[in-house]
Ligand binder design. Structure first.
Ligand code: MF3
Ligand code: CO
Length: 275
């Protein structure tokens, strides 16, 4: 359904979205045990593509239009890479932060989720960056309620992360999702409470804080895709799909299966789970 320019989902469509979300979550969980020192980002990409195709689905990012079509199944963004890192020969090393973003298409609906993994032992600063990024995502999810505005969601991320001194990336945003990977509305990670479009029942959105240890300033590498922090400091990124329902936010994706395989980097920092 298309109301005031923002598409909402019927119950049947929501069921299809849950299926896409479950598959993208399972794919990240299939990748999780491979995220270790010595693995190449290209190897992670092959694991993900095989898993997706084995489940009768198609990688959603491969061929995505840009200056050049996106060439891979995953985005693997290491350390100062914020998002859209192209998998290849890069070898992950102890202490790296590896943000893995995945998209799938199944039965005509898109799933999209991202998780920042710690490679081996992380520094205290990197663990705290993951913890704060994940906490900001949970705070934003709690604002995904009928009648709230996009600015309420955005402000939840911005206010929490900026108070801790982090750089909240402005150049990239979350988005609606459904039969397209990117549907309206945009879901920025900076904004003001009470501002922006009202959230309607049946809206499905991806909330994806991209949080830099240092400055929020980013630039794109000559490969036309990889977005890096201009000051070279590490960055973290978590992304969930959320359905805005009368009963409250339903988080369609899940990190539960990932965290049955690995110890969550933000849990290493000693905070409790937000589900
Ligand atoms: N989660 C990212 C997004 O929503 C991934 C897109 S990668 C692309 O924009 F290749 F598809 F662009
Ligand atoms: Co996304």
């Amino acid at each position: 359904m298309f109301m005031s320019g923002i598409p909402t989902k019927t119950d049947v469509e929501l069921e299809a979205m849950r299926k896409a979300a479950r598959l993208v979550s399972a794919t990240l969980a299939a990748v999780a045990p491979h995220v270790r020192p010595g693995v190449t980002t290209g190897e992670l990409d092959r694991v993900a593509e095989e898993f997706i195709r084995d489940h009768g689905a198609v990688p959603a990012f491969k061929g995505y239009p840009g200056r050049t079509p996106y060439p891979a199944t995953l985005c693997v963004s290491v350390n100062e890479e914020v998002v859209h890192g192209i998998p290849g020969d890069r070898v992950l090393e102890e202490g790296d932060l590896a943000s893995v973003d995945c998209g799938v298409i199944i039965d005509g609906f898109f799933g999209d989720s991202a998780y920042t993994f710690g490679v081996g032992e992380l520094s205290e600063a990197s663990r705290e960056l993951c913890r704060a990024t994940y906490e900001s995502l949970n705070r934003a999810i709690d604002k995904c309620r009928v009648g709230n505005r996009i600015g309420d969601v955005s402000a939840a991320v911005q206010d929490y992360c900026q108070a801790l001194g982090y750089g909240v990336v402005r150049d990239l945003v979350g988005h609606g999702i459904g039969k397209e990977l990117h549907e309206p509305p945009q879901v920025p990670n900076v904004g003001r409470k009470g501002v922006g479009r009202k959230l309607k029942e049946g809206l499905t959105i991806c909330v994806e804080p991209m949080i830099n240890q240092g400055s929020a300033e980013v630039e794109t590498l000559p490969d036309h895709w990889t977005v890096v922090a201009s000051d070279g400091q590490p960055s973290a990124h978590y992304e969930h799909m959320i359905a805005v329902l009368g009963s409250g936010p339903e988080v369609l994706t899940s990190f539960k299966e990932i965290e049955e395989v690995i110890e969550a980097p933000y849990k290493q920092a000693g905070i409790e789970d937000y589900g």
